[in-house]
Design a protein around this ligand. Structure first.
Ligand code: NAD
Length: 361
């Protein structure tokens, strides 16, 4: 049986790591029918949109996407294609494992955490009011009238929006994941001491949901304390569940704990569709240089294989990746002790080494 998968290369270094990942996935022996779709900076120039409707239609057909990173202009221009994709397909759960493998340059050992980030709302809902617009003026007046707080006219506003429905389903997702994958503890992360209504709602909902899972331990942490605890004793944490913004930041922090963005995979999962992609961005300064690490996307491929029910192929690919990391020979610059190490190999050579290892396993 061949699995139909939508393949989106993205831009910047996306096409190189996507090609390397496609090769290792095919080398597992699992059959794929790739529906290749374009999105990103070049697509914006050619088609006037960063995320054509055809990409969404394709994932609705196949149910599964494998995606390279897409550049988002900072502070201006098009809204993020990544955020739109997650919203349009209601990919409400962003799953980001952070695990140490032998041979990675990390200050820590024995980290094995799963970050579950809410993916659809919070400050990422895209509800913003630009300084100096009539809409912003109206919003300032409404805020003054309803709360008595007079905000500065020289300001911009982003709305932090958190609902019971989205909080409930993300916390349930975290507990279900913990239960299915033999994990012991879920930690909800928040700032409910300050944002009593939005984060307070998230926390109260998490406590409610936790009552339905008496077999899994539950605790909560304030996000700033969580950052310190992760740096001091990350091995104490198992599954973390967070609203969108904290989830984004904590998952990059966790990627740093385990040896960098080059090995941090991700999955965006909804009730109907799933899109797998590395945590890192398009690293445009290295585009076209056969330089960056494809392993984060390959590990995302491992998550995709599991999602497709190809568990044996998933664990073979994971074992091959961990063997290449442990050997430390055929790895990119970011996994070497010095970034200018002349023995670092390129993106496609990593794929060759992983394929060779898989053939021996
Ligand atoms: P980035 O992750 O692209 O790169 C930051 C740095 O991390 C790079 O300069 C590089 O030193 C290192 N790095 C990243 N990926 C690596 C890899 N595979 N191998 C080795 N080193 C790697 O972050 P950024 O510079 O903040 O973002 C660049 C663009 O990517 C932005 O436009 C951003 O919006 C976008 N972005 C996209 C996604 C996505 O598509 N899901 C995610 C994050 C950022």
């Amino acid at each position: 049986m061949s699995h139909a998968v939508t393949l989106i290369s993205g831009d910047g270094t996306g096409p190189e790591i996507t090609e390397a990942t496609r090769r290792v996935l095919e080398a597992t022996g699992v059959a794929f029918t790739w529906d290749v779709q374009q999105a990103g900076a070049e697509t914006l120039e050619k088609c006037g949109t960063i995320l054509p409707d055809e990409v969404i239609a394709s994932i609705k057909r196949t149910g599964v996407g494998l995606k390279g990173p897409i550049t988002t202009p900072v502070g201006k221009g098009a809204r993020s294609a990544n955020v739109s994709l997650r919203k349009k397909l209601d990919l409400y759960a962003n799953l980001r494992p952070a695990k140490t493998y032998q041979g990675l340059r990390s200050r820590y050992e024995h980290i094995d955490m799963i970050i579950v980030r809410e993916n659809t709302e919070d400050l990422y809902a895209g509800v913003e009011f630009q300084r100096g617009t009539p809409e912003q003026e109206e919003m300032l007046e409404t805020i003054a009238r309803t709360t008595g707080t007079h905000l500065d006219h020289d300001s911009a506003i982003s709305i932090k929006y958190i609902s019971v429905m989205a909080s409930r389903r993300i916390v349930k997702f975290a507990f279900d994941y913990a239960r299915t994958n033999g994990r012991r503890k879920v930690t909800a992360v928040h700032k409910a001491n300050i944002m009593k209504f939005s984060d307070g709602l998230f926390l109260a909902t998490a406590h409610e949901v936790a009552k339905e899972y008496s077999d899994i331990q539950f605790e909560d942490r304030i996000v700033d304390n969580m950052c310190m605890q992760l740096v001091q004793k990350p091995e104490c944490y198992d599954v973390l569940v967070l609203p969108n913004l904290y989830g984004d930041i904590i998952s990059d922090l966790s990627a740093g704990l385990i040896g960098g963005l080059g090995v941090a995979p991700g999955a965006n999962i909804g009730s109907k569709y799933a899109v797998f992609e590395p945590v890192h961005g398009s690293a445009p300064k290295y585009a076209g240089q056969n330089k960056v690490n494809p392993m984060a996307m390959m590990f995302s491929g491992v998550l995709m294989l599991r999602h497709l029910g190809e568990r044996e192929a998933a664990s073979r690919l994971e074992r091959a990746l961990s063997a290449v990391i442990a050997e430390g020979k055929n790895v990119t610059y970011d996994l070497k002790s010095r970034p200018d190490d002349p023995t670092a190999v390129g993106t496609s050579q990593v794929a060759d080494a992983v394929i060779e290892k898989m053939q021996k396993l």
